[in-house]
Write a protein that binds this ligand. Structure first.
Ligand code: BGC
Length: 462
């Protein structure tokens, strides 16, 4: 892999590496008022239930639907990016069962055309946490017809947008979706049953497999994957058997069972009926990793979870706000190595980022994580691209527009819709422009990363 290196002052990425940002429809588009999240926001506000931070609602979000997408694509191009991951909103395209809204499809076509003209290659996600109201009211992901309906929606999207996109992400973070909606009860439909966590996760995998087939049928060259949220779990105490049990349980049931099933067809939940589903097997062309943080796993009697499971960042490490967990870049390398060894498929980092309005941590967070990506590539792991979460501050689900949860390379003033670059935007621009990590980037933006970059360069030279 020596070909990637240049002189000895930089760590190169392969030619054609995709540099992008990631977004999602509900978090960016605005007035997305026909889905379950919108309904959940409004009902939280009406009843003062704090479904979202300060009872906020997504409102106009980043204004993409009304024209701001074009401005942001211009920003992407200005960052020398060549890729972007966005999602399409099912409730816009199919506002009622079997009824298609051509104007919504046309708007997506416009956005994709603008990306194409700007040299930005899209990756489309088909499901990113929201469901049309009609599907939610009927029983959401527990309804027996949902997989069939999702396949029909996928077919329509592939037929309508397939000439402008060939990389598809079926479902964003099925494990987080099922955990938050069906076990932790913090997102719609706010249920708290482990059995439903498993049932919904399995249903999402069936939906993925159905979409995988539809996409390949319509577009034989399609590259289809899924974005899995992988947490680096650690037992709270390595010597405490209960903590080790919690650790093993979370690692297996959160990180592993879904991907394993999509590779082998074997479904092996710890506390639900296992099964073999041949139609799930071999339905990945690539694996998407959404990686953010490390969490401790343990048991804490009277925790808010019904099983007394504890997921928390350790008190003394550098970490994000509130429940957010610790920065742990090494975890990304460990996941890359594991996924590569286990599945042998191309990998994309479909999300990685940090909530940091003041941009104190973000520059070194970016450099430290990309360093691990570069190391993985040097070790022969096929990583095709990196999509930073996110381009602009956006509607952060239950954290709403809480300033402590600002993820953008650009700060957003939600009222005026103006964007202001953070220093990290310049750093990311330089990385994408040079297709490399350089010592002077750490010197200028993130002295905390200097030692690690120098060490990696030394290893590369040796
Ligand atoms: C989700 C995004 C979210 C991000 C930051 C991911 O789990 O896919 O929608 O905004 O994390 O919290």
């Amino acid at each position: 892999m020596a070909a990637y290196k240049f002189a000895d002052t930089q760590l190169r990425f392969p030619q054609g590496f995709l540099w992008g940002t990631a977004s999602s429809a509900h978090q960016y588009e605005g007035i997305n008022d026909n889905n379950d999240w919108w309904t959940w926001e409004q009902s939280g506000r009406q009843h003062g239930d704090q479904h979202v931070y300060q009872n906020q609602t997504s409102g106009t979000a980043c204004g993409w639907w009304e024209g701001k997408a074009e401005e942001d694509i211009h920003l992407m191009a200005g960052l020398n990016n060549n890729a972007h991951r966005l999602s399409v909103e099912w409730s816009r395209i199919e506002p009622r069962p079997g009824v298609w809204d051509q104007s919504a499809i046309d708007r997506y076509r416009q956005i994709l055309h603008t990306m194409k003209a700007a040299g930005i290659r899209p990756m489309i996600t088909l499901h990113h946490f929201t469901l049309p109201n009609w599907a939610a009211e009927r029983g959401a992901w527990l309804h027996p017809r949902i997989v069939e309906d999702f396949a029909r929606f996928t077919r329509k999207v592939a037929q309508s947008l397939g000439d402008l996109c060939e990389t598809w992400c079926t479902i964003n973070e099925p494990n987080v979706y099922a955990l938050h909606g069906y076990f932790k009860a913090v997102c719609p439909p706010a249920r708290a049953k482990l059995g439903e966590y498993y049932a919904v996760l399995l249903q999402l995998l069936h939906a993925h497999a159905a979409a995988y087939r539809v996409l390949h049928e319509i577009q034989p060259a399609a590259q289809v994957g899924i974005a899995m949220h992988l947490i680096l779990w650690e037992p709270r105490s390595r010597t405490n058997p209960l903590d080790r049990l919690a650790f093993g349980f979370l690692r297996h049931n959160f990180n592993s069972i879904a991907l394993e099933a999509l590779q082998t067809g074997r479904w092996q939940p710890t506390l639900a009926r296992p099964g073999v589903y041949p139609r799930l097997a071999n339905t990945l062309d690539w694996v998407g990793i959404n990686y953010y943080q490390r969490y401790e796993a343990g048991f804490r009697v009277q925790s808010r979870d019904p099983y007394n499971l504890l997921f928390a960042g350790r008190p003394n490490d550098e970490k994000g706000p509130g429940w957010w967990g610790e920065f742990w870049p090494e975890g990304l390398l460990l996941h890359l190595e594991h996924v590569h060894r286990r599945f042998g498929l191309p990998i994309y980092i479909t999300e990685n980022g940090v909530p940091d309005a003041k941009d104190v941590h973000r520059p070194h967070y970016i450099l430290d994580h990309l360093l691990r990506v570069q190391t993985a590539i040097e070790h022969g792991i096929n990583v095709g691209g990196y999509y930073h979460w996110s381009l602009v501050d956006n509607f952060e689900w239950r954290e709403g527009y809480n300033p402590a949860f600002a993820f953008g390379l650009y700060a957003l003033d939600q009222q005026t819709q103006s964007r202001t670059p953070r220093r990290s935007a310049s750093l990311y621009r330089e990385i994408a422009a040079t297709n490399a990590l350089r010592v002077n980037m750490a010197e200028q933006y993130a002295p905390e990363s200097l030692t690690a970059i120098q060490a990696a360069l030394k290893t590369a030279r040796g």
